[in-house]
Design a binder for this molecule. Structure first.
Ligand code: CAO
Length: 457
């Protein structure tokens, strides 16, 4: 029987490394090469193993202690007293990466060192070349690989993360007290893989990949839905995948604000009903959408910044007025574009929107019929709702959302009168349009819809 003092070996120029894990406790039977503690400096985390077996009689360190070479880890009672071998006789590290700092458990009673042991690879300071060698690490944005706070994970989980090139300190822990489990590392990697495949989807839609300006997100939650009830898996349609990637980009990259207003369309609706009655034989249907297109064209002429696109540091003001409208189809959302809306009659606009909407539903729109828009209208009036936040169709800078009109009591100065009120939700790119301009645009649009004669002025 011999009592051996275990000390921290030469750990290069690392000093005051924090003890972040105690992997054993007094009374434990320690096998040779078993890790005793994990220490972490600002450059690396390392496990300190014992090269000899025995029973740990005393642990002299606690979490948070700062250690340097020579610090006493604890006292180990060996069975025969022969384990404290010179360094030269000690077993070689089994799997220490060449770049890893050499950390040894040191038996020192008296001055007898024991084996250098396998040590953890420096996770936080891994060279780019080393990272690229790992599939998961290659997916990490630069700032994800930067050093961060102390991570709590067992040696086997650390080893697992290391093998995948995952910086353990970036993995959110789901275990007790935030401890990182092997499942957490797996979820982290799956999340990175999923994120990495999203730009590919955007690229396939012609949108091109883009980094998220340093935004790092948690992995997407992985849930086994079938555990909670019956499910059916249905792949997204091609249009849904393309429009989804575009909507996602636009939502993330454009600072959206929505201005909500109301238009009194009592007179307009009366006119529309009258026109429809008069043109019933010809089969022309004067839709609200046609009037909205015309009113928006007039408003776009009055507020040119809405009829524009951002191109770097320039605002490109367009001298033509092309407006797209969102059309709901069995395969997903598409946006056919009406050209030169300002030059067309309302009946022509009604006919053209009907023809394009029918083509959209049949999936027969050509690419040319869906490009060149300056502004968009998303009309949900036929379905319902009171307000919503339409997503701007980049590179446009604004979009009008319209919900269902309803009769409301309006105060005319003397009494409440029933009026047909149309909700208008104008989303705008706040980099180009300020709140005051948006309020003016929406108010002006509402005034046109309230009295269409103003559109002639
Ligand atoms: N308030 C009340 N009723 C309205 C209305 C409104 N704002 N707008 C339309 N309606 C009524 C119409 O009066 C018509 O009723 P009747 O059949 O009794 O005459 C009915 O709704 C259908 O209207 P419409 O034929 O004029 O068609 P529309 O202009 O409303 O819509 C189209 C055409 C292509 C825009 C529409 O079919 C569509 O696809 N809308 C979906 C837009 C969308 O999905 N937006 C979301 C994009 S973001 O996810």
């Amino acid at each position: 029987m011999a009592l051996i003092e275990l000390t921290v070996p030469d750990i290069g120029d690392v000093t005051d490394a924090a003890v972040i894990e105690l992997l054993v406790k007094p009374g434990d039977t320690i096998k040779p090469e078993q890790s005793l503690i994990t220490i972490e400096s600002d450059k690396a985390s390392m496990e300190v193993p014992s090269s000899v077996g025995g029973v740990l009689k005393e642990l002299r360190l606690k979490l948070g202690d700062k250690v340097s070479q020579g610090a006493i880890v604890g006292l180990l009672e060996t069975a025969d007293g022969a384990a404290a071998a010179p360094v030269a006789d000690a077993p070689a590290p089994a799997a220490a990466p060449a770049a890893a700092p050499a950390v040894a458990a040191v038996a020192a009673a008296p001055a007898v060192a024991v084996a250098p042991a396998p040590a953890a690879a420096p996770v936080a300071s891994a060279e780019p070349v080393a990272r690229a060698a790992h599939p998961a690490a290659a997916l990490l944005p630069a700032e994800v690989t930067a050093p961060a706070g102390v991570a709590h994970a067992s040696p086997s989980v650390r080893r697992f993360a290391r093998e995948l090139g995952v910086p353990i300190e970036k993995v959110p822990g789901s275990g007790p007290k935030g401890r990182i489990t092997q499942g957490d590392v797996q979820s982290f990697v799956k999340g990175l893989v999923a994120q990495a495949s999203q730009p590919a989807a955007a690229a396939s839609s012609g949108a091109g990949a883009a980094d998220l300006g340093g935004m790092t997100l948690l992995p997407w939650p992985k849930v086994d839905f079938a555990k909670f009830g019956e499910v059916e898996r249905k792949p997204l349609s091609r249009i849904q995948k393309i429009s989804g990637a575009n909507l996602h980009r636009n939502w993330v990259r454009i600072p959206h604000v929505t201005n909500n207003d109301e238009a009194d369309i009592t007179e307009l609706e009366a006119l529309r009903v009258q026109l429809n009655a008069e043109h019933a034989k010809a089969g022309t249907k004067f839709t609200l959408l046609a009037f909205l297109l015309k009113a928006c064209a007039v408003a776009l002429r009055k507020f040119p910044n809405f009829n524009a696109s951002l191109d770097g540091d320039d605002l490109v003001l367009k001298k033509y007025v092309n407006i797209g409208f969102a059309a709901d189809t069995p395969n997903g959302l598409v946006v056919p574009v009406i050209r030169d809306v300002d030059l067309k009659s309302i009946s022509a606009l009604a006919l053209e929107t009907a023809a394009l909407a029918a083509k959209a539903r049949e999936g027969k729109l050509s690419p040319a019929e869906m490009t060149g828009g300056n502004f968009s209208i998303s009309s949900l009036g036929g379905f319902g709702g009171t307000t919503f936040t339409p997503i701007i169709n980049a590179p446009e800078v604004a979009i009008l959302g319209v919900c269902r009109s309803s009769m409301k009591p309006l105060w005319n100065g003397k009494e409440f009168v029933p009026r047909l009120i149309l909700p208008l939700s104008l989303s705008y790119d706040h980099r180009v349009i300020d709140g005051a301009s948006a309020a003016k645009f929406n108010t002006y649009l509402a005034s046109l819809l309230a009295d269409f004669r103003r559109a002639l002025v």
